[in-house]
Design a protein around this ligand. Structure first.
Ligand SMILES: [Mn+2]
Length: 589
């Protein structure tokens, strides 16, 4: 056979020494030893980490009183309750903001407060506390504003509120700027003075912790607060916060309540997506729930998504569920159209270090389009909408290129900008587009040539003889998997191809022999493997190990991401041992 090269750059984290204390804690918790390498690569290093990962989720929740300004937050709200002050709760329009807004609204109402939720318009108000919301609070006679998933940067808006006698309590998880707003409290685990042990909470996660805080002394309050974990689990996964540490505990608690006692709106949403609540996992949350909550906001007004989360009547929930589902269908059609146009422009820059395209596209769609282009072109992408003035841009990274740093280097061209290393946004006057494009391309070029092959992380390498139900069950202990804790990728050596079939939709089906048994494998979006692989070839694969039920029998199935001729995994293992030696300070020949 001709040599089959991997389509991805395979990478295995260097093996670390296993700490004997960790190994004995693993034995006590019945955690298989071969998971320890995977766990260590995911930040589980100590017996405490291990207990947080596998022990009861309630014991992995931290004390909310450790959050910065927790006392000021609680004190201001109890004054509000005793004086019957009315509160406006301001959230962001994405799934994390909306679920956090629902959590905070329900918790404050449980506390006896008149709490009214406010969802800003993506197009007209943008991110952060808006002056329009401050005016609304004022005209409604509301004297306290609680922000959720935003507000840490809203200096002018908080000042404006303060000047007309409204106290603002900021709750957020975005990195603080150097100048903070004059708020009555800023509850954000990223504040420099924070002692909170878990900085990775999403905005909805911070809201959940504050629900725990304010309801702690109430009869039935702690249970009520924990009952909001389903909403926080959705927000956490939608925001791509890593499902590790306290976020993993929130996800486990949230999935339990989604599966057993789904609130009417979410049940309706799952029905419209064809998912049974009992079978919900974090993939369902990421690919069925979050996009439907986000769709209405992308098309204009996210209000219907918030009403769905708060709705108690089954009938009205059903109606809102289909409204969100239809918005999601429209959003998908629109994305496909815009993606088509943007892709045509991107093809012109196929040899460039990055892709920068602009068109009269809806602002709510450009982020999704940038993400798809970054995936297919494997280089940083900026997509700008010229439908608004100033233009709005959304960027997604590839190859580890730091967008936050690149945008900071373009700050003189922007009216506003912000974001993380992997995703960023900006507003840019149209007449500066060419200047921005040139500078961004130069920054991307300076970062080095893009590797045409994207990286594929391999978690563990096994020989075909060790690929069985035992391994499948052990890997399943890592669930719920999601961002930061992905379903493990297994490198398998020693397989032989017995059948190759091109399936519809660009997929390839393989039958693989291990010893005397055969095993089905499906390779999604890999028509090339149908040509590159022949019957009788020896093969190594990188795959997820799954199982399916057929005629009452369970059988293992591999979901193959990449394949190569024998020797590829050996080279990856050797490279990972070399990395380990370098980390340990050894000189490598
Ligand atoms: Mn967020």
């Amino acid at each position: 056979m001709s040599e089959l090269e991997p389509a991805y750059r395979w990478r295995l984290p260097p093996p670390g020494p296993v700490d004997p204390e960790l190994a004995s804690a693993a034995r006590e918790l019945a955690v298989p030893e071969r998971l320890l390498g995977i766990l260590s690569a995911r930040g589980v290093h100590t017996p405490t980490d291990l207990t947080a990962f596998f022990g009861p989720p309630l014991s992995a929740l931290h004390d909310p009183r450790l959050l910065p300004h927790a006392d000021a937050f609680r004190a201001r709200l109890s004054v509000a309750a005793s004086r019957s002050e009315r509160v406006l709760v301001f959230g962001d329009f994405d799934a994390d903001g909306l679920t956090g807004l629902a959590i905070m609204t329900l918790a404050l109402r449980r506390l006896g407060l008149d709490a009214s939720p406010y969802v800003p318009s993506r197009l007209e108000e943008g991110h952060g506390l808006s002056l329009r919301a401050v005016e609304r609070a004022h005209s409604d006679g509301r004297t306290v504003i609680v922000t959720v998933d935003c507000g840490t940067s809203s200096v002018a808006e908080v000042e404006a509120a303060r000047e007309i006698g409204i106290d603002v309590l900021v709750t957020d998880h975005h990195h603080p700027p150097s100048v903070l707003p004059p708020a009555a409290a800023i509850v954000n685990p990223h504040l420099a003075a924070s002692r909170y042990p878990e900085p990775r909470l999403a905005g909805s996660g911070v809201a959940l912790k504050l629900a725990q805080l304010v309801l702690a002394a109430q009869v039935g309050g702690p249970e009520f607060a924990l009952g909001l974990a389903d909403l926080a689990a959705i927000g956490t996964v939608a925001d791509v916060a890593p499902v590790l540490g306290e976020n993993r505990a929130i996800a486990r608690l949230g999935l339990d309540s989604l599966r057993s006692a789904c609130r009417p709106g979410l049940a309706a949403l799952l029905r419209s997506a064809g998912v049974e609540p009992a079978r919900v996992d974090l993939d369902t949350v990421a690919f069925a729930v979050a996009p439907r909550l986000n769709a209405v906001g992308r098309l204009g007004d996210a209000g219907a998504a918030l009403r769905l989360l708060l709705e108690e009547s089954e009938q009205e929930a059903e109606r809102l569920g289909s409204e969100l589902n239809e918005a999601n269908l429209r959003r998908r059609e629109l994305t496909a159209e815009v993606l088509d146009e943007a892709r045509r422009d991107a093809e012109q820059m196929i040899d460039g270090p990055a892709v920068v395209v602009a068109g009269a596209w809806p602002v709510g769609i450009i982020g999704v389009v940038a993400g798809r282009l970054a995936e297919t072109h494997n280089r940083p992408v900026v997509v700008l909408s010229t439908a608004v003035s100033p233009w709005r841009g959304s960027a997604r990274t590839a190859n580890g290129f730091d967008l936050a740093a690149a945008f900071a280097d373009c700050r003189d061209l922007f009216e506003r900008f912000g974001g993380h290393p992997a995703a960023a946004g900006c507003s840019l006057p149209g007449d500066r587009f060419e200047a921005f494009r040139q500078r961004f391309l130069a920054l991307a070029a300076a970062a080095g040539p893009p590797d045409p092959r994207p990286e594929l992380a391999v978690d563990i390498v096994v020989h075909a003889n060790d690929l069985g139900y035992a391994l499948h069950r052990e890997l399943a202990l890592l669930a719920p998997t999601g961002p930061g804790n992905p379903a493990p990728m297994v490198g398998v050596t020693g397989l032989v191809v017995t059948r190759v079939r091109q399936a519809s939709g660009g997929h390839t089906q393989l039958t693989l022999r291990k010893g005397r048994e055969v095993l089905d494998a499906i390779c999604f979006d890999r028509p090339d493997l149908g040509d590159g692989v022949r019957e009788g070839d020896e093969l190594e694969v990188v795959a997820r190990v799954g199982s399916r039920m057929f005629g009452g029998f369970e059988s293992l199935q591999l979901e193959v991401r990449d394949a190569a001729s024998p020797g590829a995994l050996g080279r990856v293992l050797a490279a990972s041992r070399r990395d380990a030696a370098v980390l340990a300070g050894a000189t490598v020949p």
